[in-house]
Design a protein around this ligand. Structure first.
Ligand code: NAD
Length: 294
């Protein structure tokens, strides 16, 4: 058997087309142009690429973007000052501080300083709490991308056993919280999963992953998930992005797992493009909510 590949790029393009129309209608109705402000501290090459891609994506759907580039030696106080200015600006609807930040800056302090109404990454505790309670303001971009891939590929989640490998605050934990809810923005079929979360201390990982109808790998270890860890016919979603001598590879051993899985996302071209599309969705939501509150 060879898995059906889930084309994240095509799904993201479909979403961006829908968003482009929604953004145009929003601007026509309100004369407000949604705007995302990205903050980049230092010269990390991967971060520069991510921010550039996000800005290009904004442009494609008609969202304005600002880039605030700060030198690596920027102090925490200076960065917090900029966040305050962006919080106060009526022109800016979404704020994104690109991670990682230089070691001398406390990232949690900076992320906590972002106005929750402009927190389009959904990292603020207020937004995380809302997700936990099933009443989100924004959905975190990568977990939302995973949910969209499953939904748009007609892979039901309700009643299925989802195993998430990785418990980060950015991917693993919020994804588990979203999929276990009674309902979702995509309807109840895209939620109501039985969710198991595995991590670095989990014992006998493969015996747990083999139980998964849907297996999500968000670890950051190249090719950790091999065919013997996958139930035949399972949907395998690879969130990992690892730079290796072979180029970009996921957390899933693609060639091996492809022979057993029913569905599989490639890396690159799987979850990555969805993450950006969902950031655009959140920026439009932020603009609409702030406009309603005026
Ligand atoms: P993280 O480093 O914050 O967390 C990794 C998690 O993996 C931890 O919870 C840890 O307990 C777990 N883990 C480590 N080794 C393990 C093992 N041997 N077995 C089981 N669990 C183990 O990572 P993150 O920020 O969630 O990112 C994970 C991966 O996803 C990275 O490769 C990252 O680049 C990628 N990522 C991709 C996107 C995207 O848009 N596609 C977005 C965010 C992160």
């Amino acid at each position: 058997m060879s898995a059906e590949l889930l084309d994240g790029k095509a799904i993201a393009n479909e979403i961006k087309q829908e968003l482009g129309k929604e953004v145009a209608k929003f601007i026509e109705d309100t004369s407000v142009v949604p705007c995302l402000a990205a903050v980049l501290v230092g010269e990390d090459p991967a971060s520069q690429v991510y921010v550039r891609n996000k800005q290009r994506a904004c442009e494609r759907v008609g969202i304005d973007s600002q880039l605030h580039r700060l030198p690596a030696e920027t102090t925490q106080a200076e960065l917090l000052d900029l966040v305050d200015q962006l919080n106060a600006s009526s022109e800016v609807h979404g704020i994104l501080v690109q991670l990682p930040l230089p070691g001398h800056i406390d990232a949690t302090k900076v992320l906590d300083a972002i106005d929750p109404a402009k927190d389009v990454d959904a990292f603020h505790p207020d937004n995380v709490g809302r997700i936990a309670q099933g009443r989100p303001r924004f959905l975190p971009c990568t977990p939302h991308g995973v949910q969209q891939i499953l939904h748009r590929s007609n892979i039901p989640v309700s009643g299925q056993h989802v195993v998430v490998v990785g418990r980060s605050d950015i991917v693993g934990k919020p994804l588990a919280m979203m999929l276990v809810q009674r309902d979702s923005t995509l309807g109840s079929a895209a939620a109501n999963a039985t969710v198991t979360v595995c991590h670095s201390r989990s014992k006998e990982l493969s015996s747990i992953t083999r139980e998964a109808d849907i297996l999500v790998a968000a670890v950051g270890q190249p090719k950790l998930i091999t065919a013997d860890m996958v139930k035949p016919g399972a949907a395998v979603i690879d969130v990992g992005i690892n730079r290796t001598d072979e180029g970009l590879v996921g957390d899933v051993d693609f060639d091996d797992v492809r022979e057993v899985a029913g569905h599989l996302t490639p890396v690159p071209g799987g979850v990555g493009p969805l993450t950006i599309a969902m950031l655009l969705r959140n920026t439009l939501t932020a603009a609409a909510t702030q406009n309603d509150a005026r």
